[in-house]
Design a protein around this ligand. Structure first.
Ligand SMILES: Cc1cc2nc3c(=O)[nH]c(=O)nc-3n(C[C@H](O)[C@H](O)[C@H](O)COP(=O)(O)OP(=O)(O)OC[C@H]3O[C@@H](n4cnc5c(N)ncnc54)[C@H](O)[C@@H]3O)c2cc1C
Length: 353
């Protein structure tokens, strides 16, 4: 079916959904509250299933132009001893292609270019949605892709679910040299990650309990293995990004409101299932949502019942799966952040390589 839709939010989920809808023949408008798209540079892991979804959305080649494969990464203790390999080989053997890493600005650019190619999908910046009735008037569908504090979710699915702090603070940044090692180093109550992102650079993230300053962060990791102290000492803290780890709680009973008037609503990405970043699946799940929702709509019969049927199909395909991923990510967060390191490391050593 085709129709007219407004997508609220121009993050990964909103842009991917707008592309899928437009490919299916819909008229689409994207509303974004920011006056320009946020372009910070942390790396996203893009799992092969999300790569396939991006291929279906026609942006797989643009992704691969700037993405690097993620291989040979280990879990280490702070002295640098490897205790396990991340299961990247297994992912690659199973999928026939590797996990990729891409910096967020490049992924946004790839999606924006995919949307621009149609020439008729406005992305209206500086449009913060507060009155959903006004936005939904005259539309066949409204997509809430407006992140963890979704106004669309609050207006149509209630405010029972909202952001919940995970109790740790994360810092992220990019260093201007290539780390000789990649993977994650797990200490007591804190961890540090190093991934490739593009030639000559290293993506890093660090997580510590409670509030910290940049100076405290350097102190926390000062005696960890190379290049962790080097990364923190040689990058400018003004370029680091600090944020509280959060997830959506409680999990939503539905990602869709088919009976909403004047137009039905579907949520995608963080609006539907924001998760802690430990499994590196936040962007992947947003892309999978966009692909599933727009495939279901493309296959539906014309009319309001067609939209309702497609939204139910989308909810069936994505809700349990995304919520399982969110739960697993949260569980991994607790496991990685524990202070009972001997028990945890013994369990990690038992993981298949
Ligand atoms: C440190 C870190 C590392 C991560 N690593 C990974 C990773 O390796 N792999 C991965 O897959 N994911 C990762 N993620 C998660 C990922 O960034 C997000 O989960 C993903 O981008 C979800 O996108 P989204 O479009 O749903 O939401 P968002 O990116 O939050 O976009 C929502 C958009 O809606 C706009 N908006 C909000 N309210 C309104 C309103 N009322 N009106 C109009 N516009 C509005 C916002 O300005 C924003 O542009 C990571 C996250 C962090 C913080």
């Amino acid at each position: 079916m085709t129709g007219t839709a407004t997508v609220v939010g121009a993050g990964i989920g909103g842009l991917a959904t707008a592309i899928g809808l437009r490919r299916a023949g819909w008229n689409v408008t994207v509303l974004e509250r920011r006056t320009e798209l946020e372009r910070y540079g942390a790396a996203f892991g893009i799992h092969p299933t999300a790569q396939s979804a991006l291929d279906r959305l026609g942006v797989g080649d643009a992704l691969r132009e700037h993405a690097v494969p993620y291989r040979d990464a280990h879990i280490r203790t702070p002295d640098g001893t490897s205790i396990a390999r991340l299961p990247l080989d297994r992912i690659e053997r199973k999928a026939g292609r590797p996990e990729l890493l891409i910096s967020r600005p490049y992924l946004l650019d790839a999606l924006l270019a995919g949307l621009d190619a149609f020439g008729d999908v406005p992305v209206k910046l500086g449009e913060r949605v507060t009155d959903l009735d006004a936005v939904a008037a005259g539309q066949d569908l409204v997509i809430g892709a407006d992140g963890i504090r979704s106004a669309v979710r609050a207006a149509r699915l209630g405010d029972r679910s909202g952001p919940r702090e995970a109790g740790t603070v994360a810092w992220i940044g990019i260093a201007d040299f290539e780390s000789p090692v990649h993977g994650e180093t797990w200490g007591s109550g804190r961890f540090f990650g190093l991934t490739p992102v593009e030639p000559g650079r290293t993506n890093w993230y660090a997580t510590v309990p409670g509030a910290t300053t940049a100076a405290e962060l350097r102190g926390f990791f000062a005696d960890w293995h190379d290049p962790i102290p080097r990364i923190l000492d040689t990058t400018d803290p003004a370029t680091w990004i600090r944020y509280e780890m959060r997830h959506l709680h409680p999990a939503l009973p539905s990602f869709v409101a088919t009976g909403a008037r004047p137009a039905p609503v579907a949520l995608v990405g963080d609006a539907a299932h924001a998760m802690t970043p430990n499994l590196g699946q936040g962007a992947c799940t947003a892309i999978l949502d966009a692909d599933a929702l727009t495939r279901a709509l493309a296959a539906a019969p014309q009319g309001r019942e067609g939209v309702a049927g497609a939204l139910h199909a989308y909810d069936r395909e994505r809700r349990r799966s995304a919520q399982r991923t969110a739960f697993a990510s949260r569980t991994l967060h607790r496991f990685m952040s524990t202070e009972r390191t001997r028990l945890r490391n013994a369990a990690v050593r038992l993981l298949p390589g």
